[in-house]
Design a binder for this molecule. Structure first.
Ligand SMILES: Nc1ncnc2c1ncn2[C@@H]1O[C@H](COP(=O)(O)OP(=O)(O)OP(=O)(O)O)[C@@H](O)[C@H]1O
Length: 288
């Protein structure tokens, strides 16, 4: 099956007491990695669970690999690798024994590939899962999710417990995974530097609503961090300001359309923002 979008979510809503996902919509193009970001409690896991059919949404249409998510769960599962922050294999298993379970579930289970991951990730064959470190368990879950050769990988905070060296190794594996344009990854993560490295698209959810879903490069170019004195800032009377952080001596503001501001005010400093800047200013720099 060839489809342009690996994931399509349209108007997904889910209400809990005290929290609502509201009309969540975004597409993940095939052949790409999407970072799904947002503060704690913004609705990332709820969105992912609704997409995977683990909770029932109040409304919304979702397509995975060109198939209706609600109607084709079985076919979709064959093509899907999922990793949540908590691994869910029985605690008394040893890593190599996972092959028995997964080989029974997936016809496409690739034992040699899994064993290759076990040695690449330096996972001890003789220890039970309960005696592995948190990072080792995460590596194991990622290895298991990749070893039935899925076309779509969905990761919910799956790299947060890993040290920088292992994360780099795993990010390289993710980039290899999507290289043939027929694979895709949706990964929620608080480690924005990882997403800066590998993500093609960034989707930002805030308080249950999507604030933007855009190509990462376009996104970074569309914003600037303006640094000036409080009086200068007042005199500029800018309209496209996302958020401001003030101290008695200076103002930092996340602004839209930085090229226009650089042109108009040539002596102003307008820096390129990081993903973290964009996220922090959107969520905390509300005061304009
Ligand atoms: N089963 C549930 N019943 C009631 N409220 C829930 C339920 N599941 C999640 N929520 C609420 O939905 C909101 C969003 O939670 P969610 O886990 O989707 O956030 P998140 O963006 O993944 O956060 P984090 O980054 O902390 O993992 C939270 O306020 C949470 O308390």
């Amino acid at each position: 099956m060839d489809t342009q979008n690996a994931i399509e979510i349209k108007n997904l809503s889910k209400h809990y007491s005290g929290f609502s996902l509201k009309d969540v919509s975004f597409n993940l193009p095939s052949g790409s990695i999407m970072g799904f970001i947002g503060e704690n409690g913004a609705g990332k896991t709820t969105t992912i669970k609704a997409l995977l059919g683990l909770i029932h949404p109040d409304s919304g249409d979702m397509q995975i690999l060109g198939m209706d998510a609600a109607q084709n769960e079985k076919d979709i599962k064959k093509e899907l690798g999922v990793v949540f922050a908590d691994q869910n294999f029985p605690d008394d298993l040893r890593p190599p024994e996972i092959t028995k379970i997964m080989g029974n579930i997936y016809k496409t289970w690739d034992k040699a590939l899994f064993e290759d991951f076990l040695s690449r990730f330096r996972l001890p064959a003789d220890k039970r899962l309960k005696d592995l470190s948190k990072g080792m368990k995460m590596k194991l879950s990622i290895a298991a999710a990749l070893s039935h050769r899925p076309r779509l990988l969905i990761l919910d905070e799956a790299t947060s417990g890993l040290d920088p060296v292992v994360r780099n190794e795993i990010l390289d594996i993710f980039q290899e995974f999507i290289e043939d344009e027929n694979h895709a990854i949706l990964m929620s993560s608080h480690i924005t530097s990882d997403l800066e490295r590998v993500a093609d698209y960034i989707t930002f959810i805030h308080d249950g609503q999507i604030l933007f879903s855009e190509a990462k490069d376009t996104l970074i170019e569309s914003y600037g961090i303006l640094k000036c004195s409080p009086s200068q800032f007042e005199s500029l009377a800018l309209t496209d300001v996302v958020g401001v952080q003030r101290s008695s001596f200076d103002v930092q503001a996340l602004i839209k359309n930085p090229a226009a501001v650089r042109n108009r005010f040539r002596d102003m400093i307008v820096d390129i923002p990081s993903l973290e800047d964009i996220m922090v200013f959107y969520t905390k720099g509300d005061e304009k």
